[in-house]
Design a protein around this ligand. Structure first.
Ligand code: NAD
Length: 484
C-alpha cells in the first residue's frame, strides 16, 4: 500500500517510445502521468522512455525537460531524479527511414540495460498527419520488440471514414486490434467512469433508466478558449470532428448502452457497439433542422475565428455545433440526446443532464427531475427533486448533491494517468475500438457531406463568450424544452 492506502501495482517492464517527445501533450500530460504511475509502482526499475522529436537534444537536456514537466505538475517531486534518469532522447524525423534504425538500436540497448523483456509501448503523440507514416515505418523497419508490442494513439483517428480506414490498415500491419489503444481522454475521466456503476449498481437507477421515464438527455462540452495556437489543425477538423465524433459519441454511448453481460472489456465493447450500430440516420430535413453550426465572431478584445493565426479569412469551419442524435435500440431507444460543444463559449464546463418525464397530474408546479453529471470543472452528481416549500403550500426544487470528500479529490487520477496505466496492464475497456470508430465516422461523414454542399449557408456567427448561436435553441422536439 502507498501512503494514501492505494494498492501498489506489480511492476510492468517496458520501453516507451514516444513520438512527439518535445510536444505540448507530452510535457503537460504524458510525463506527469508516467511519474504518477512510477510513484504507484506500475513502472519502477525495469522501464525506459525514449522521447523522439526533430530537435537535436541530448539525453541530459531531455531529462531536465522531463524534470521540469514534473515540477510544474506537482509539489511532491520525491524520486524525480531517479525517474528522469530512465529517459532518453533520440532526434528523429518520422519521415526518415535511417532514424528508425537508430531508434531500434537504442531500444535494444535500453532493453538490455533495464531488462524490459523486449516489451514496447509506442505512443503517437504528434500531429495526426504523421500517424500513418510512423505506423508504416514501424512495420517496414521491423522495430517491434520481442515481447509485447502495444500502440497508444492520440486523436483524431482519421478525418473521415475513408482516411480512418486507411490508417487502421497501416496500423494493423504491425499491431493486432487488441494491442491498439486509441485514446479518448474523456473515457479516462472519473465521472465518465462513474456512469456504469451509477446505472447498473443502483436498482433505483436501473429501474428508471429507460425511454418510459427519461424524456431527453443533454450533453454540453463547452470551452471558453478559442483555437489558440492550433488554428492550422482546427481548420482541418472543426467542432464536429474534434469533439463530437469521439468524446460526445463515447459519452452518449456509455449513457445509452444496454446492460453488459459482465464487466469484461469484451462485453462492454459489445454492448456499446450494439447501440452504435443502431444510430438513427437523419434524413436531409433532419440534417438541416437538427444540426446547427456556428463560428465565433470577435469583439474589441477578442479575435474572431477567421482572424486567428493559420485560419483562412474565408473559413467555413465550425467552432460550435448543436445537434440531436438517437439510438434505435437499448433502454433509451428513441430518446433524443441533445449535444452541443464549442469554443469561446460563456463557461468552461463539461456536463450531462438527464431529464425525466413529468408524470404527475397532482401538482401544477412540479418541475422535471434532472440528474446532472458534471464532468468538469468538478466531479459532481446532483439530482433535482420536488419538495414542499417550507411553511407554504406548493413545491420547491431541491437539489441532492453527491461530491467527493476533500481528501479524495486529491486522489482523482488525471485521465492520462488512468489510461496509460490501463494500457500497461492490457485493459482496453476505456479505449475506442475500431468498430465504434467506424460507426461514429459513418454518422459524422453524412453531416460533413451535407454541410459541404451547403457551404457557408447555415453557418451562424455567435458573439464570443455566449452559449452559441440562438438557432441552437430551436432543435428541441418539444416546444417547452430548452438548454439547461
Ligand atoms: P505539438 O505540436 O505540441 O507537438 C508535436 C510534436 O511532434 C513535437 O514534439 C514536434 O517536435 C514533433 N514533430 C513534428 N514534426 C515532426 C517530424 N517530422 N518528425 C518528428 N517529430 C516531429 O502537438 P501536441 O499538442 O503535443 O499534440 C500531439 C497529439 O496529441 C495530437 O494528435 C493532438 O491532437 C493530441 N492531443 C493533444 C492535446 C494537448 O493538450 N496538447 C490534447 C488532446 C490530444
Amino acid at each position: 500500500m502507498d501512503k494514501r492506502g492505494t494498492m501498489m501495482q506489480t511492476e510492468i517492464s517496458t520501453t516507451f517510445i514516444i513520438f512527439g517527445g518535445s510536444g505540448d501533450l507530452a510535457h503537460r500530460k504524458l510525463y506527469p502521468a508516467l511519474f504518477n504511475l512510477y510513484k504507484r509502482g506500475f513502472i519502477k526499475e525495469h522501464f525506459a522512455v525514449i522521447g523522439t522529436a526533430r530537435r537535436p537534444w541530448s539525453h541530459e537536456y531531455f531529462q531536465n525537460i522531463v524534470t521540469e514537466a514534473i515540477e510544474e505538475s506537482t509539489n511532491d517531486t520525491t524520486g524525480v531524479t531517479e525517474f528522469a534518469s530512465h529517459f532518453y532522447y533520440q532526434s528523429h524525423d518520422v519521415t526518415d527511414t535511417e532514424h528508425y534504425k537508430a531508434l531500434n538500436q537504442l531500444s535494444d540497448q535500453l532493453e538490455e540495460k533495464y531488462q524490459t523483456h523486449g516489451n514496447r509501448i509506442f505512443y503517437m503523440a504528434m500531429s495526426p498527419r504523421f500517424f500513418g507514416t510512423i505506423a508504416t515505418h514501424i512495420h517496414d523497419e521491423h522495430i517491434l520488440g520481442r515481447g509485447f508490442n502495444r500502440l497508444i494513439i492520440e486523436k483524431p483517428f482519421g478525418n473521415n471514414l475513408e482516411s480512418a480506414t486507411v490508417l487502421n490498415k497501416q496500423i494493423n500491419a504491425s499491431f493486432d486490434e487488441e494491442d491498439v489503444y486509441r485514446i479518448d481522454h474523456y473515457l479516462g475521466k472519473e465521472m465518465i467512469q462513474d456512469i456504469l456503476p451509477l446505472r447498473f449498481s443502483n436498482p433505483i437507477m436501473k429501474a428508471i433508466w429507460n425511454a418510459d421515464n427519461i424524456a431527453s438527455i443533454q450533453i454540453t462540452l463547452a470551452e471558453q478558449l478559442g483555437v489558440e495556437a492550433r488554428g492550422g489543425y482546427y481548420e482541418t477538423a472543426g467542432a464536429l470532428r474534434d469533439m463530437v465524433q469521439n468524446h460526445i459519441f463515447q459519452i452518449a454511448t456509455v449513457l445509452a448502452m444496454p446492460e453488459p453481460k459482465n464487466l469484461t472489456a469484451h462485453e462492454i465493447h459489445e454492448s456499446k457497439q450494439a447501440v452504435l450500430n443502431s444510430l438513427v440516420e437523419p434524413d436531409a430535413a433532419e440534417l438541416a433542422h437538427d444540426f446547427v453550426r456556428g463560428q465565433y465572431a470577435g469583439d474589441e478584445d477578442t479575435l474572431a475565428y477567421v482572424a486567428e493565426n493559420q485560419v483562412s479569412p474565408d473559413s467555413s469551419t465550425e467552432t460550435f455545433i448543436a445537434g440531436k442524435i438517437k439510438f434505435g435500440v437499448g433502454p433509451l431507444a428513441g430518446v433524443p440526446i441533445y449535444i452541443r460543444t464549442g469554443k469561446r463559449m460563456a463557461v468552461k464546463q463539461s456536463v450531462v443532464n438527464i431529464i425525466f418525464k413529468n408524470t404527475t397530474n397532482l401538482y401544477d408546479d412540479a418541475s422535471q427531475n434532472v440528474l446532472t453529471l458534471e464532468i468538469d470543472p468538478t466531479n459532481t452528481i446532483s439530482l433535482v427533486l420536488n419538495g414542499k416549500r417550507v411553511a407554504h403550500a406548493g413545491l420547491k426544487e431541491q437539489r441532492l448533491i453527491y461530491e467527493y470528500e476533500e481528501h479524495i479529490k486529491d486522489d482523482v487520477p488525471d485521465a492520462y494517468e488512468r489510461l496509460i496505466g490501463d494500457a500497461l496492464v492490457a485493459d482496453c475497456t476505456n479505449f475506442t475500438n475500431w468498430h465504434e470508430l467506424k460507426s461514429s465516422w459513418q454518422y459524422i461523414d453524412r453531416i460533413e457531406q451535407f454541410w459541404a454542399q451547403a457551404g457557408k449557408k447555415g453557418l451562424h456567427q455567435y458573439p464570443p463568450f455566449c452559449m452559441g448561436p440562438k438557432e441552437a435553441n430551436q432543435i428541441f422536439e418539444s416546444a417547452t424544452d430548452k438548454w439547461i
